[in-house]
Design a protein around this ligand. Structure first.
Ligand SMILES: Nc1ncnc2c1ncn2[C@@H]1O[C@H](COP(=O)(O)OP(=O)(O)OP(=O)(O)O)[C@@H](O)[C@H]1O
Length: 251
């Protein structure tokens, strides 16, 4: 069996008396797209925060490439290859789409441009930005101010900004949130393309997206994994119907 790039061992995060993430053993193998689903308050965002480094676990561990990273901060994890999509709040509305992606690229590159002449930095950042925008179909919007993008285009821009770090593991937290039907279809198509190049963890409420994209699905309820498997396995799992969807609902 292939070695996991990223795994968690009995990962636990408490808020007061609440186990938001409760003893979670999880693994993600290179090239996979694993979706994490579960009802509101199940612990999905807390779990992503623990992987991205925005939160530290109370107990348990996060292992990346065989090394414990549980105490590493967000930027150190991003530098080593685990990147979460940017949030709309981190887009600069008055700057162009390209400029936003260039700023993300510069932030990820950190000091690595230190020895370059400014003009070379600019050219390199521009090239990275163009590549990332193209992979999300935004190249035609490069010169527009970011504020003028639709909600769906802004969500694509968030992902383009995350790609500037050339992540090995891309963490996507509800990329479909707030999208219309057409925008959602568009987003699914782009994430499907990203699957060719990235290992992805997708947290998502949109079941059409989850079942269209996931190689494996993990179901969280009250912080704990209650089911996992292929989409077909999860679709027929009675525990999932009980804990998450209600017995009568179609998955
Ligand atoms: N910073 C915090 N302080 C206290 N409680 C928190 C904090 N963050 C999350 N929680 C609680 O932890 C539990 C898990 O929350 P989390 O946001 O991870 O769930 P979720 O599955 O992402 O929910 P949703 O689908 O609604 O986004 C919830 O009961 C939530 O109220």
């Amino acid at each position: 069996m292939a070695e996991a790039i990223l795994r968690t061992v009995q990962l636990t995060k408490r808020f007061g008396g609440l186990n938001a993430v409760d003893n979670v053993d999880f693994d993600l193998t290179e090239g996979e797209l694993v979706a994490v689903i579960g009802p509101n308050g199940a612990g999905k965002t807390t779990f992503v925060n623990l992987l991205a480094g925005a939160l530290r676990p109370d107990t348990g561990d996060v292992i990346y490439d065989g090394t414990s990273i549980a105490s590493r901060p967000v930027h150190a994890r991003a530098m080593s290859g685990i990147t979460r999509s940017f949030q709309i709040a981190s887009i600069f509305p008055e700057l162009s789409v390209t400029e936003n992606v260039m700023i993300a690229a510069q932030a990820h590159a950190g000091h690595s441009f230190r020895f370059w002449k400014p003009v070379h930095c600019e050219v390199a950042l521009h090239a990275t930005a163009t590549e990332c925008l193209t992979s999300l179909g935004l190249q035609g919007h490069a010169h527009r101010p970011a504020w003028s993008l639709s909600h769906g285009e802004k969500r694509l821009l968030e992902i383009a900004m995350a790609l500037t770090s050339k992540p090995r593991v891309l963490l996507l937290d509800e990329p479909m949130a707030g999208l219309g039907i057409e925008e959602a279809r568009h987003m699914i198509n782009f994430i499907r393309k990203l699957k060719n190049d990235y290992t992805i963890l997708l947290v998502e409420h949109d079941m059409d997206a989850v079942f269209a994209l996931a190689d494996r699905i993990i179901v969280l309820a009250s912080g704990a994994i209650v089911a996992s498997g292929t989409p077909d396995e999860v679709r027929i799992d009675s525990e999932v119907r009980r804990a998450y969807l209600g017995d009568d609902e179609e998955v």
